[in-house]
Ligand binder design. Structure first.
Ligand SMILES: [Zn+2]
Length: 328
């Protein structure tokens, strides 16, 4: 290790290398169960693959601005099970998704009604591992209504549920999300409560739900805090994700946190569960996840096509050496 590398003293006597050293995590496999790849670039896919991410889940989400018609939802869901899955495969990453009406757009009731009609056409498709991300944003009556309707859909389809919890009034919103899921007869074991923090984790675990944590710069959880959560609660029913999207976020949050955990003395078994295994167990209840598929998607051929489109643009050659400073 050389003088240029950054180190930080965390707890007493605990010296952490703060730059991601891929050698230190080589051989580890990661599953990011919440990442919005439609908003990310091919460079992100490449970096994720290089860091050991072998599979991911892309939850249905809003676009940063409200959609104006139902067709936009249809096209978006089609992208998740079509083009985006193909794009991901071109970097050797197995792509799954969850289908749902997000909480923000549930507030446009006229449109929400139409979206509810569309959902059943997508939720039974191959690679759909749950209904999500659904739940509360502002905790309005409309959000409540469409959360409940979608829980019923999940129950009918026997699919796991990926629950988005609100940024504002998080504790109350999280409790309410769990209460309603139970009221609708869902098993807590089939419900993944997302965006937890120190304030919500205990109750989520005590009640038998899965506790997902988003490592998101500034607003949700930093990964030093995440290390402490795992030290306190262990790895049972806990998973981490990047929730990387079109905002300031980090698609390498899972491997980076794994490296931080490794340096902080968390066991490799616990790291494996929190960054890979638990997500597979939770979302695998859909019957849609076969870990053998992670390997088969590894045979990357970037000249493959999806409905006559490839990720290569006119005359481009598939990328070989990403470290080369020559861009030709
Ligand atoms: Zn999200």
């Amino acid at each position: 290790m050389c003088c240029n590398e950054n180190f930080k003293e965390r707890n007493e006597g605990e010296k952490i290398q703060t730059t991601l050293d891929l050698n230190e995590i080589s051989g580890m496999k990661f599953f990011d169960p919440h990442v919005h790849m439609t908003s990310r670039t091919t460079d992100d896919y490449q970096a994720m693959a290089d860091a050991g991410i072998v599979a991911l889940i892309e939850p249905s989400f809003w676009l940063g601005q409200p959609r104006t018609g139902a067709d936009s939802f249809t096209d978006y869901y089609s992208t998740l099970i079509g083009w985006e899955r193909f794009r991901s495969s071109q970097f050797g990453i197995k792509h799954y998704c969850t289908i749902g009406l997000n909480s923000r757009e549930a507030n446009n009731e006229k449109l929400a009604e139409q979206v509810m009609e569309i959902l059943p056409h997508f939720m039974f498709k191959e690679g759909v591992v749950g209904i999500g991300e659904i739940g509360f944003d502002d905790q309005t009556a409309a959000e409540d209504k469409y959360y409940r309707l979608q829980l019923e859909l999940a129950k009918e389809a026997a699919l796991p549920v990926q629950v988005h919890t609100p940024h504002r009034d998080k504790k109350k919103g999280t409790q309410r999300s769990m209460d309603i899921a139970i009221e609708h007869g869902l098993s807590p074991y089939s419900v993944i409560i997302d965006h937890n923090n120190e304030e919500t984790v205990k109750e989520v675990l005590d009640r038998g739900f899965w506790a997902a944590f988003t490592i998101y710069p500034f607003t949700k959880m930093g990964n030093e805090r995440m290390v402490e959560v795992v030290k306190q609660y262990g790895s049972e029913r806990i998973m981490i994700n990047s929730a990387a999207d079109w905002g300031i976020s980090d698609p390498l949050a899972v491997p980076k946190t794994a490296y931080l955990m490794k340096q902080s003395g968390i066991s490799m078994k616990d790291i494996e569960l929190v960054t890979y295994g638990n997500a597979i167990t939770a979302f695998g209840q859909s019957g849609q996840i076969d870990v053998n598929d992670f390997m088969s998607v590894k045979n990357v051929d970037q000249s493959q096509k999806f409905e006559s489109n490839s990720i290569l643009r006119g005359g481009q050659q598939p990328r070989v050496d990403k470290n080369s400073i020559i861009i030709s």
